[in-house]
Design a protein around this ligand. Structure first.
Ligand code: AMP
Length: 201
């Protein structure tokens, strides 16, 4: 769990790799949709709103029943409201909930500096790390760096408000399983802190 730009995607991927778990990001699932569904999802996401629960749950259910999820999953970006949290309780056992905390100000700064390669998808941040060596060009493959359509100032503010209003209240629901860490440290330190907290708890 974490406000937009907290690094939850980066950390979820790294920790899933380290612990050999499947990494499932509902945002990535939505961005990977095709056809008419893609258009519908894109419109909702670009405006900074949440995808309706019914559709989110349908897409998630299909994914968590696949073979690679048998040893466990790191969920990234799900649940985002209480109804989703209650649904999840019925489907799987949740061992731990990790909250990565950053301020709204830091979130806006990070999101407005976030770019990724159009070609190979490598992520960059022009205000933090990794910075591309050449402006707007991927270090990896020379591809063009682009911003996510929902990283516009309006959509960023909307997503932050939605997090405070709908997602933050779930932390109380998970208080027994909750691990909280400061996300305003380097990627490596945050990762180390999360792994240590998971070991201890
Ligand atoms: P993310 O990549 O996690 O920042 O998600 C990008 C966008 O996908 C969000 O702003 C929402 O529009 C949508 N989304 C991702 N996860 C969910 C979810 N669990 N419930 C509803 N909408 C979601």
């Amino acid at each position: 769990m974490g406000i937009q730009g907290s690094g939850k995607g980066t950390q979820a991927k790294a920790i899933a790799k380290k612990l050999e778990l499947a990494h499932i990001s509902t945002g990535d699932l939505f961005r990977g949709a095709t056809g008419k569904l893609r258009m519908k999802l894109k419109e909702i996401m670009d405006s900074g709103q949440l995808v309706p629960n019914e559709l989110t749950l349908e897409i998630l259910k299909k994914r968590i029943t696949q073979d690679d999820c048998k040893n466990g999953i790191i969920l990234d970006g799900f649940p985002r409201n209480l109804e989703q949290a209650k649904y999840l309780e019925k489907e799987i056992t949740i061992n731990k909930v990790v909250e990565i905390k950053i301020s709204d100000k830091e979130s806006i700064k990070r999101l407005s500096g976030r770019f990724s390669c159009q070609n190979c998808k490598k992520g960059y941040n022009i205000y933090t790390t990794p910075k591309p060596q050449q402006e707007q060009i991927c270090d990896n493959c020379g591809g063009k760096l682009i911003q996510r359509a929902d990283d516009t100032p309006n959509a960023i503010q909307k997503r932050i408000n939605t997090y405070h209003e709908q997602t933050e209240p779930i932390l109380e629901f998970y208080k027994e399983k909750l691990i909280t860490t400061n996300g305003e440290k380097s990627i490596e330190i945050v990762k180390k802190n999360i792994l240590n907290l998971l070991k201890k708890s």
